[in-house]
Design a protein around this ligand. Structure first.
Ligand code: 9MG
Length: 266
């Protein structure tokens, strides 16, 4: 899953698809076509930054940033389109113009979000986040991060079931870097195989994140190899989807990891 952030302030690609301070569909489309040619099966379009410390934006701002782009991608790119949002209004509009998945870092906890996904029948990725982006990295604490994420998944699956969202529609994501220290992220990575709940596939997003910076002491623009290594390890541990800014390198690595994972034992 390739990342396309229609934001001026995301930590890695913020402002990349803005021209004269405005979101630009043509630049976004070009980058999506590149990611498709590099092997992306999905493009994840987001309009609100969720980096630590980021400020929320209005629903109208979010709609203006993402809906024209989702529409263009659905019509012109041979990838499925995912909408990265927590706002029910954006979910409904994105579904209207052809999005196939809702990627929600708040796991459909915002008022009306469960109902919006149930109404559209879209697939959904439910991500674990402790707190909100503005404050989530202020000393996050857990008894056992693995147990707490798993319990969270079970609770959100129950909420989805009650809202009429079928289990076959659901992907789960432990939310690397969302209210977690480096130790928490490493514990989750180590125990990825044990996080699966009710056979739902797992997705991870690690590319260019601060855990790579902390481990390698490298700035955002030098974290590709670290992200590729994490993606390969995650695939070896059974992950089904990888969300990444670095599609070409990640696709190569995960093909090799998947071949090794799936080899029949003699
Ligand atoms: C929007 N976004 C940023 N990081 C992410 C991650 O790790 N997973 C998912 N599902 N979405 C993310």
């Amino acid at each position: 899953m390739g990342v396309l952030n229609m934001t001026p302030d995301s930590f890695s690609d913020g402002g990349s698809y803005f021209v004269n301070g405005k979101p630009d569909c043509a630049t976004a489309l070009k980058h999506a076509e590149l990611m498709q040619s590099e092997g992306a099966a999905w493009i994840d379009v987001g309009g609100e930054s969720t980096r630590p410390g980021s400020e929320p934006i209005s629903v109208q701002q979010e709609l203006d940033r993402v809906i024209p782009v989702v529409e263009q991608l659905v019509q012109n790119v041979n990838c499925k389109v995912s909408i990265d949002t927590s706002s029910p209004e954006v979910m409904l509009e994105a579904a209207n113009v052809g999005a196939a998945l809702v990627n929600d870092v708040r796991a459909l906890k915002r008022s009306g979000a469960l109902q919006a996904v149930a109404k559209t029948g879209l697939k959904v990725c439910l991500m674990h986040m402790r707190g909100e982006p503005k404050t989530m990295q202020h000393k996050p604490q857990y008894g056992s991060v693995v147990d707490e994420v798993k319990t969270f998944f079970e609770q959100r699956l129950l909420a989805c079931e009650k809202a009429g969202i079928g289990q076959e529609k659901i992907i789960l994501d432990p939310g690397f870097g969302f209210g977690k220290t480096l130790q928490h992220n490493l514990q989750l990575l180590n125990q990825l195989g044990g996080l699966a709940v009710r056979n739902c596939p797992l997705l991870i997003g690690v590319s260019r994140k601060s855990m790579i910076g902390q481990l390698l002491n490298k700035p955002v623009d030098q974290r590709v190899y670290g992200g590729v290594a994490l993606a390969a390890i995650a695939v070896m541990k059974g992950i089904a989807f990888v969300r990444t800014h670095d599609v070409a390198a990640t696709v190569d690595a995960i093909k090799i990891a998947a071949a090794l994972r799936d080899i029949e034992q003699a």
